[in-house]
Ligand binder design. Structure first.
Ligand code: CA
Length: 220
C-alpha cells in the first residue's frame, strides 16, 4: 500500500513520514499544493493525507481538482483544531475523513487503515484468505495461527494481494503500490518477492496468471 503525505510544516511532515512508513506503507511526500496535485494526478495512491493550509495551492483546491479529474483515492484531510467550517468544506470537496491538529499518530494510522480497507470493500481490520490472516492494525501475518516473518517489501506485496484477493494484480500495479516514487524500481524484484512469499505460503496460493499478473486465492 502506498500513501501520499502532504504537509508543509517540516517537523510534522517528518513525523508523519516516519509514522506511516513504520506502519508498513510506501510513502511519498509533498510540501506544497502544486507538487501534491501533480503526484496525485500521476501516481496511484491507496490513500492520501492532505493538510489544508499549503503554499502554492491550498489543500481544498488540490482536492477539488483531483475529484474533478475523477481521482477517487481515499483522502484524509488535516484541519485546524476548531475549524469545523474547514471540515465541512473538506468533506464537500471530496474528503473521506478528517483529523484535527494536533492528533495522535495512532489515530491517524487507524483512520488510514479504515479508509484503505473500506475502499477495497473490506469491513474488518483482519484480512483473511483461507489459512492466511493479515491484521492491518499491527501488520502481523499468520498462517494457520503461526506468525509469518516477512521483510517489509514481502509484507507490502502480500498486503496488496490480500486487499485485492481473488483479483488479478499486475506486476506493474505491485511495483506502483509497494515502492515510493524515489525508490529505484525494478519490476524483476517483484518476482523475487513473490518467489520468497511462495516459499512461506501453501503451494498455489499465489497463482501466476500468464501475461496478466498474480492472483491470491484459497487453493481449491
Ligand atoms: Ca499547513
Amino acid at each position: 500500500m502506498r500513501v501520499l503525505i502532504v504537509e508543509d510544516e517540516p517537523k510534522l511532515l517528518i513525523q508523519l513520514a516516519d509514522g506511516v512508513a513504520a506502519a508498513g506503507y510506501a510513502v511519498d511526500l509533498a510540501d506544497n499544493g502544486v507538487h501534491a496535485l501533480h503526484l496525485g494526478n500521476t501516481e496511484p495512491y491507496d490513500a492520501v493525507v492532505l493538510d489544508l493550509g499549503l503554499p502554492k495551492m491550498d489543500g481544498l483546491s488540490v482536492l477539488r481538482q483531483w475529484r474533478a479529474s475523477a481521482r477517487t483515492m481515499p483522502v484524509l484531510i488535516l484541519t485546524a483544531r476548531d475549524g469545523w467550517h474547514e471540515k465541512v468544506a473538506g468533506i464537500d470537496a471530496g474528503a473521506d475523513d478528517y483529523l484535527a491538529k494536533p492528533f495522535h499518530m495512532e489515530e491517524l494510522l487507524a483512520r488510514l487503515r479504515a479508509l484503505i480497507r473500506r475502499s477495497g470493500g473490506h469491513a474488518s481490520a483482519e484480512l483473511v484468505c483461507g489459512p492466511l490472516c493479515l491484521d492491518t492494525r499491527n501488520s502481523r501475518v499468520t498462517l494457520s495461527g503461526q506468525a509469518l516473518t516477512l521483510t517489509s517489501h514481502e509484507y507490502r506485496v502480500l498486503a496488496y494481494l490480500m486487499h485485492h484477493q481473488g483479483q488479478v494484480v499486475s506486476r506493474t500495479a505491485l511495483v506502483e503500490h509497494i515502492y515510493a516514487q524515489d525508490f529505484d524500481r525494478d519490476s524483476n524484484t517483484v518476482e523475487v518477492f513473490i518467489g520468497r512469499l511462495r516459499k512461506k505460503l501453501p503451494a498455489d496460493m499465489i497463482e501466476t496468471v500468464r501475461g496478466l499478473g498474480y492472483r491470491l486465492a484459497v487453493p481449491p
